[in-house]
Ligand binder design. Structure first.
Ligand code: S3P
Length: 179
């Protein structure tokens, strides 16, 4: 269990759609023996709608408001691993909360890896466009300079989730020994 100032830490994964936040987060939590929570699943549970339905019925702004509320709540309480949706860390107020209450990890990937992972799925409303690769590229330009503010950066450039989870554990240890 990672400790900073002798206090158990919540770990929060940020990064673009397809970065592997959910699969890596689940494995990381099992290695650390702490709970895992997927923020999108939690939003869906709270709203009683899927993310796509929320976008469709209420619009992106309503989704973003719900996302901030749900993740702020998840940051309280027992230490856990949280996988966020790709847009969450872009909200300044939420980002500040994350920085003060958790250890943030950016799962960094490249366009081909991301595209390869998301192309076979249809549950991401932002990518239900004519040119999803272009959308991803634009989001990379907007978001990578912000994701960079995470405490730790781990590369997610292949599909060996176990290796990515172990790389993440090593980076956490390294970070905590320095801070
Ligand atoms: C979004 C990412 C999605 C989900 C929503 C919006 C984004 O989560 O929150 O579709 O803005 O990047 P994943 O990153 O888990 O796919």
């Amino acid at each position: 269990m990672p400790f900073k100032n002798n206090a158990p830490q919540t770990i929060i994964l940020v990064g673009l759609m397809g970065a592997g936040k959910t699969s890596t987060g689940r494995l990381l939590a099992s290695y650390l023996d702490i709970p895992f929570v997927d923020a999108d699943a939690e939003i869906e549970r709270a709203a009683g709608y899927t993310v796509s339905e929320i976008f469709e019925r209420f619009g992106e702004k309503a989704f973003r408001d719900g996302e901030v509320k749900v993740i702020k709540r998840l940051l309280e309480g027992e230490p856990k691993v949280i996988a966020t949706g790709g847009g969450a860390f872009m909200n300044e107020s939420l980002r500040n909360d994350i920085k003060s209450k958790a250890l943030s990890i950016w799962l960094r990937s490249d366009i081909d890896t991301l595209f390869d992972r998301v192309i076979r799925t249809n549950h991401r409303p932002l990518l239900q466009k004519e040119n999803p690769k272009e959308v991803l590229e634009k989001l990379m330009q907007e978001r990578y300079p912000i994701y960079e503010q995470a405490d730790i950066i781990v590369d997610s450039l292949h599909n060996n989730v176990d290796k990515i989870a172990k790389d993440t554990l090593n980076k956490i240890e390294e970070f905590l020994s320095r801070n």
